[in-house]
Design a binder for this molecule. Structure first.
Ligand code: IVH
Length: 728
């Protein structure tokens, strides 16, 4: 690929960044002049700044630590920019604790931490040619020409990879450690996980010349799109959690504690810069471009289509070319990065509190459109959470018609200050679902009022409440018709019993007609009940009833548990419970202590299960299910006599059969495969090169089996052991 394309349009007028910032910032007060104020900010500004700082901290945590972002990068950028604007005007708002002075996420419990020798910085973003030119102007101003001569405006440019920043530490050419970026100062040690990646050289290749005694290579761990699609398909087939995008899959894979899982995750490391280096007495004089060549020679992959751009305009053309070709890259990219090619000049310019002065990310603008916000509708979910939804006049955004978009929660509505009647900016960034960025204040009707979140459930009229620390308002009324409708829809959906042909539309009609009030009522339906509905003929009615009958007679306990929609009980937990308890009676009788003994069940999940079974309305539904014959008995618990039923098992090291297969066999014997060693672990099966899990299990006195021991357990549990087992 080449980059010799004309420069893109000048300043991007619909930049989400500038558009959103102005729109939301003006909601507090007009920000005409950029000069800093020495006086204290007025109270509304202070409140707004505090709110923005708290929101940004929350979103940082969701994104960097939990890998579960709630809002798009662009929405985040809008909040960030608004705070930065306020801080520029009232510098006393800024400080070390402000999110604008920090690099990234907080650290996750569970992984060991270590300080970086050199701080790992983020990059500042620009979203338009004008933003880029301002950046180069700032660079010029920071450069002392009298001291350093003219600034060498030659840039090494490459695509901005959307993955997880990682630092690899090599000593005398050997990989010693790998760290995530963490909060920039301290990262999480992911050495063992990184060692499972083929693209990471364990030992530097000789082609790159002499090795520095110490070499820290920085880059991005990414998952290629194709690999991501395959991974998700496999996860789905195994009934496991699927990932929202390759970045989350990459981050989640690298930072989860079970290496056996990591081995099945196709991650790649692409190198783009260095951290600390000790060249001894052979420090070469390199440019960024030469460094990339050297990294390749040492055995690293580097971002594709990197290129040298002589001058500011060539960078613009390169960024435009990357944007136009973004879907052709094998991995997700979200912009282009321009770095001064001269490494000495990089050193001269140095860093601000957050980012280098010599490099910037040229990010892709999202596709935006304007439309009118007709209403804010409140949806009641099956757990009672109230979600505000923007009802929009339909508008095409990048070829997709958009008429509804979630507004997430009360705080998000206020953060964006959107009001019914406003003309709003709607955008789609990358593959993200459409979102409302903010209002176009110039077009705000004079009578548009701030949105007041209802304090009564729109479906049943009962008061709603919001727990401290929670974003959502909730309706706690189990008889609430909206909750019931959602609960029944969930019950029949793919995530529940997956009852073919009994979809949301039919459920809605049946509930509205009063014929079905709980999932159990579905199993009392007769042909004549159905024939009254429009477009329901005899054939369809029979199919409908047959599907219900199939579900009734084939439902497993695990599936039924998923279908009941107990808060915090997803597929994984449902399987675990079904392996431990014989039926819903046994589970309902389980004490909190018994539940807490199970792996992966913490106080919140245990409390939620107890609450579900203690709720009288739920008990009524369960009795009806029993009366209608939907009362599965778990096969795992049935096999009480087998040594594996309900037992937790963990595999480590290289086994004589693929790990997924070993886990499936263990599950077939009623065991519960888990991810880590804890006191709750019943068996550890250790293959070759087992690593630290074996030591930990030994220290806790957990029974340890080799492959043969595992085979015997399986045989004892009546599970047929495949003939090729242990053959190698
Ligand atoms: S160079 C001094 N090049 O994006 C920082 N970074 O959002 C030099 N990133 O912190 C970084 N692709 O982790 C560079 N081609 C690329 C990149 C890249 C992705 C990451 C990097 C940075 C983050 C900022």
């Amino acid at each position: 690929m080449t980059a010799d394309h004309p420069a893109p349009d000048p300043a991007h007028p619909t930049s989400r960044k500038t558009g959103a910032t102005r729109a939301t910032a003006q909601a507090v007060l007009p920000l005409d002049g950029p000069e800093a104020e020495v006086t204290a900010p007025p109270e509304p500004v202070l409140r707004r700044a505090r709110f923005l700082a708290a929101e940004l901290a929350r979103h940082n945590y969701l994104y960097h630590t939990l890998d579960a972002p709630e809002i798009s990068d662009d929405a985040y950028d809008a909040l960030y920019n608004e705070l930065a604007v306020l801080e520029r005007r009232w510098p006393m708002l800024a400080g070390e604790q402000s999110p604008t002075a920090k690099v990234g996420g907080r650290l996750l419990e569970g992984l060991a931490k270590e300080r970086h020798r050199q701080r790992m910085y983020g990059l500042d973003n620009v979203f338009s040619v004008s933003g880029w030119r301002e950046f180069t102007e700032r660079m010029r101003r920071a450069w002392d020409e009298r001291l350093n001569g003219p600034i060498p405006l030659v840039f090494w440019c490459d695509p901005k990879l959307d993955g997880l920043a990682v630092e690899l530490v090599y000593e005398h050419g050997e990989l010693r450690k790998a760290l995530t970026r963490g909060d920039g100062e301290t990262g999480e040690l992911v050495t063992e996980a990184v060692r499972t990646m083929d693209s990471v050289p364990r030992v530097l290749e000789a082609g790159g010349g002499a090795f520095p005694d110490l070499l820290e290579v920085r880059g991005e761990a990414v998952m290629f799109r194709e690999d991501f699609a395959r991974l998700n398909a496999r996860q789905e087939a195994l009934g496991l959690k699927t990932f929202a995008n390759p970045r989350n899959a990459a981050a989640g894979s690298l930072r989860q504690l079970d290496l056996s899982v990591m081995e099945t995750r196709p991650l790649r490391f692409l190198a783009y810069s260095l951290g600390a280096v000790d060249w001894g007495n052979c420090a070469p004089s390199l440019t960024q471009g030469e460094l990339m060549a050297r990294l390749t020679a040492w055995g690293f992959l580097t971002p594709p289509d990197g290129r040298l751009c002589a001058g500011v305009e060539q960078v613009e053309a390169y960024a435009e070319w990357v944007r136009a070709n973004r879907t052709g890259f094998p991995m997700e990219i979200d912009g282009a990065v321009a770095k001064l090619d001269d490494l000495e000049a990089q050193e001269v310019l140095g860093f601000t509190a957050r980012a280098p002065r010599f490099a910037v990310a040229f990010k892709f603008p999202a596709i935006q459109a304007q439309t009118v916000l007709d209403a804010i509708e409140i949806q009641v979910g099956r757990t009672g959470a109230l979600t505000p939804v923007a009802v929009l006049q339909p508008v095409a955004v990048g070829g997709v018609m958009v008429s509804r978009a979630t507004l997430h929660n009360e705080d998000e509505i206020h953060a964006r200050d959107v009001r019914v009647g406003d003309t709003v900016i709607v955008q789609r960034a990358g593959d993200v679902i459409p979102e409302v960025v903010g209002p176009v204040l110039e077009k705000r009707p004079p009578d548009a009022l701030p949105f007041r979140f209802p304090h009564a459930c729109p479906a049943c009229g009962e008061p709603v409440h919001r727990e401290p620390g929670e974003a959502a308002w909730r309706c706690d009324n189990l008889a609430c018709p909206a909750r019931r409708l959602r609960a029944i829809t969930h019950f029949v959906s793919k995530a529940g019993l997956d009852i073919q042909g009994v979809g949301e539309k039919w459920v809605e009609q049946l509930v509205t007609a009063g014929r079905v009030q709980s999932p159990a009522d579905l199993f009392t339906l007769r042909e004549e009940d159905l024939l009254g509905f429009e477009r329901m003929g005899e054939t369809l009615a029979r199919k409908f009833l047959a599907a219900l009958e199939t579900a009734r007679s084939t439902a497993t306990l695990a599936r039924l548990l998923c279908a009941l929609g107990i808060r915090h009980v997803g597929e994984q937990t449902a399987r675990l419970l079904a392996a431990r308890f014989r039926d819903l009676d046994e589970l309902a009788a389980a004490s909190t202590e018994t539940l807490l003994e199970l792996p992966d069940i913490g106080p919140e999940v245990a409390a939620s299960i107890r609450y579900f079974f203690a709720t009288p309305a739920n008990r009524v539904v369960l009795e009806h299910l029993r009366a209608r014959g939907l009362w599965p008995v778990s096969s795992g618990a049935d096999a009480q006599a087998t040594p594996l039923s309900g037992k937790t098992i963990l595999f480590t090291g290289t086994l004589p059969l693929p790990r997924a297969r070993a886990q499936a066999l263990a599950e077939a014997a009623g065991a519960i495969p888990v991810g880590g060693v804890s006191r709750k672990l019943d068996y550890l099966v250790a293959g070759e090169k087992p690593g630290s899990k074996l030591d930990k299990a030994r220290a806790l006195g957990i029974p340890i089996l080799d492959g043969e021991g595992f085979r015997r357990l399986l045989a004892g549990a009546g599970v047929e052991v495949p003939s090729d087992f242990l053959q190698k």
